[in-house]
Design a protein around this ligand. Structure first.
Ligand code: MG
Length: 165
């Protein structure tokens, strides 16, 4: 489907579908947001986190990052990229770093709190991030793990900003 034919709602729904088809639920991303923000926001609920994740996913610049990253993961999984990029992405080669760079496009939208949050969960790899980093499944999630971490961190930054206003 050509992008010019998609409504805002359709491009949002498509983004949700792409993420779900890769085995990740909005609830799992929201769980990371809750983990990040729970110490700082009294009465924070899982529903607030889920709403925040959904708001983040409605932004086109974030959808663009998600589509690009997931597409590269999928092509690598099907061996449809040219070498040496294919083996770099399949092995999640540690010096590559472009997966993190793509996620910065997501973090940029919500300012510096997002960067701190992202660095924190990227190091701890709680919840769904641990699963996505399991290399024994045959699936390639080189980009998706960073996208999910960045979406959760951006959603947490949104909640933090709301709290201050
Ligand atoms: Mg990665």
């Amino acid at each position: 489907m050509n992008i010019s034919e998609l409504t805002r709602e359709e491009s949002y729904q498509l983004t949700l579908k792409w993420i779900k088809d890769r085995g990740v639920s909005v609830a799992e991303i929201a769980e990371l947001t809750y983990f990040l923000q729970e110490p700082f926001i009294p009465n924070l609920t899982h529903e607030m986190c889920q709403d925040s994740v959904c708001t983040v996913l409605k932004k086109r610049e974030i959808q663009n990052a998600v589509w690009t990253g997931i597409q590269l993961d999928l092509l690598a999984e099907k061996n449809q990229l040219a070498e040496p990029l294919l083996s770099i992405i399949r092995q999640d080669e540690s010096l590559y770093g472009i997966d993190e760079v793509l996620s910065i496009a997501i973090l940029n939208v919500y300012g510096s709190i997002g960067f701190t949050n992202y660095g924190y969960i990227d190091r701890l790899k709680p919840g769904v991030l641990k699963r996505l980093n399991d290399k024994s499944t045959g699936q390639v999630h080189t980009f998706l793990d960073d996208l999910v971490g960045a979406i959760a961190a951006a959603a947490a930054a949104r909640l933090a900003h709301d709290q201050q206003s």
